[in-house]
Design a protein around this ligand. Structure first.
Ligand code: BG6
Length: 519
């Protein structure tokens, strides 16, 4: 049962979910709202209204959502008693946002539900656009025609949440920003990048800015290079082939999630911990982002596409055999690149980024590799019991494991006990699960909570978005030329050979992140 937590503002607002028949609503939004409510973070009076084209009763909507909440909640069994209390706030109304005649009645439809739920009209609303991107603008137009976009104040507000993709390239992103800005001010738009809602991603900044022993090392004097990996073991999920083949790894994950991680690790400390200041600093990183080499794109960025192989001991098809993917598709399912952040702090330090589908494991991490000491006075050994062999010396590493088994680890050298001076590298690990004995909140819980409290720190601002598109668009254009073919890699491997060469050129190597062995 919900219990109120004194540290949280239990705002009474209405949550409108446009596109409420879709997957996002069932898998992420309603379970996140339910978990927030379970933990006492939602006002008892907050109505949630699903809006979509299909005709459905409140009861049907509630029954459907109960099924998915039972599957996706992280806060324990959904008992009849809990569900009855929670689901009283769930409503469903049939609305076609592409039909202008529905726009006029939208306001009275919503107000009627609010009266039914709390006995009065509510002046604070969140409109979550869980729709296809082509419907973002029509949905905002519908809200505007229905006179539901007030000038935001403490007493009345509308906050509009949109999900990526925010455009397809620089030009379309600018067009979308332009359209939305005709009807909404920037502080009314919350662009979700769910990576920013992950607990361990938020920890990056906190860790950097609250531990005085690490931050002084994070610069070109001490860091050799940084590796950011967002690896997925799954291929193309059922029904996503059409979307993915128009998108690819660069648009789907690198342009947003990976670049956001890079910003958090590379940005300067903000003068104040506020949304605007943090986003100003991230923007500076994006603006100074440059290719890892002065040569053609193929010298510093690699596209790959998986072919049939083995994933987690199962035979799996290649990308071109996936549902709704054309048999001659040239779309990349893997991308690796070397980039530089050309500023005082990071001048000359390569950042290696990679993401892909059908890699050996689902694991996301940032690894900061430090420079070696100036002289190598000792030998380094790796031992199996008493049998030791000499290996290359190992650098210090600081590793943020974003998921799964969230942790922060430090690698350093120790003397191996015995009569000789021999180095044995060891790892010091901090695992969230062991330290806090609690399940971490889902990204959507945190992000929805922040929308309700009007905190936009963890949302992408339009200038950040534009800067990210500016960087990736030339690569997209190159890769979308008919003569471009991504390099094949077997499903279940760490990507194509070209990704290895990217680092080998400078005698570096990718880490092999694994959740099955120690970091
Ligand atoms: C989404 C992409 O943004 O992120 C998906 O569209 C990808 O293709 C997903 O699978 C990865 O997110 P997570 O949280 O599972 O790492």
């Amino acid at each position: 049962m919900a219990n109120s937590s004194p540290s949280v503002d239990l705002t009474t607002a209405t949550i409108l979910i446009f596109g409420a028949s879709g997957d996002l609503t069932a898998r992420k939004l309603i379970p996140a709202l339910y978990d927030l409510w379970s933990e006492g973070f939602l006002s008892e009076e907050l109505p949630i209204i699903g809006l979509a084209r299909r005709s459905k009763t409140d009861e049907q909507f509630r029954a459907e959502q109960r099924e998915s909440v039972s599957q996706f909640t992280r806060t324990g069994t959904v008992t009849d008693e809990k569900w009855t209390t929670f689901s009283r706030r769930l409503f469903y109304r049939e609305v076609d946002i592409t039909d202008e005649s529905d726009h006029v009645s939208l306001k009275s439809t919503i107000e009627d539900v609010e009266r039914e739920a709390v006995g009065d009209v509510i002046s604070k609303r969140v409109a979550y656009l869980a729709t296809a991107p082509s419907l973002f603008y029509p949905a905002v137009q519908a809200l505007s025609r229905a006179e539901m976009i007030p000038r935001n104040s403490d007493d009345q507000w509308l906050r509009v949440v949109i999900e990526k993709p925010f455009g397809h390239d620089l030009e379309s992103a600018q067009k979308l920003s332009q359209e939305l800005s005709e009807l909404l001010s920037e502080d009314q738009i919350y662009r979700i990048d769910h990576y920013l809602g992950k607990e361990t991603v938020q920890n990056i900044l906190l860790f950097r800015l609250s531990n005085s022993i690490f931050e002084p090392l994070l610069n070109r004097n001490h860091v050799d290079h940084v590796q950011i990996t967002v690896a997925e073991s799954q291929g193309i999920e059922h029904g996503r082939g059409g979307y993915y083949d128009r998108s690819g790894a660069l648009r789907d994950v690198l342009q947003n999630h990976v670049l956001q991680l890079l910003c958090l690790i590379a940005m300067e400390p903000p003068a104040l911990f506020s949304g605007e200041e943090i986003r100003d600093e991230k923007l500076k990183v994006l603006k100074t982002l440059s290719p890892g080499s002065k040569g053609p794109i193929s010298e510093w960025a690699v596209a790959g596409q998986y072919t049939a192989g083995q994933s987690q001991d199962q035979a799996v098809p290649g990308y071109r055999e996936e549902e709704r993917v054309p048999a001659d598709s040239h779309r990349e399912t893997f991308v690796a690149m070397e980039v530089l952040v050309e500023n005082w702090r990071w001048e000359g330090v390569p950042f290696y980024l990679r993401t892909g589908k059908r890699l050996p494991e689902r694991v996301s991490e940032i690894a900061i590799q430090f420079k070696h000491p100036p002289m190598n006075l000792f030998t380094t050994v790796e031992c199996d019991g008493d049998i030791c062999s000499m290996v290359e010396r190992k650098p210090n590493e600081l590793i943020f494991r974003i998921q799964p088994k969230e942790s922060i680890s430090m690698k350093f050298s120790t003397k191996r006990p015995g009569m000789q001076y021999q180095i044995q590298p060891v790892t010091m690990d901090f695992a969230f699960e062991d330290a806090y004995h609690t399940s971490l909140p889902e990204a959507y819980e945190r992000l929805l909570m922040d929308v309700l409290r009007g905190d936009s720190t963890l949302f992408t601002r339009s200038d950040e978005l534009e800067a990210a598109w500016k960087f990736v668009t030339p690569i997209l254009e190159q890769w979308e030329r008919p003569e471009h073919t991504p390099e094949p890699y077997y499903a279940g491997t760490w990507g194509p050979a070209g990704a290895l060469t990217l680092l080998e050129k400078s005698k570096r190597r990718w880490r092999t992140p694994s959740t099955r062995k120690k970091l």
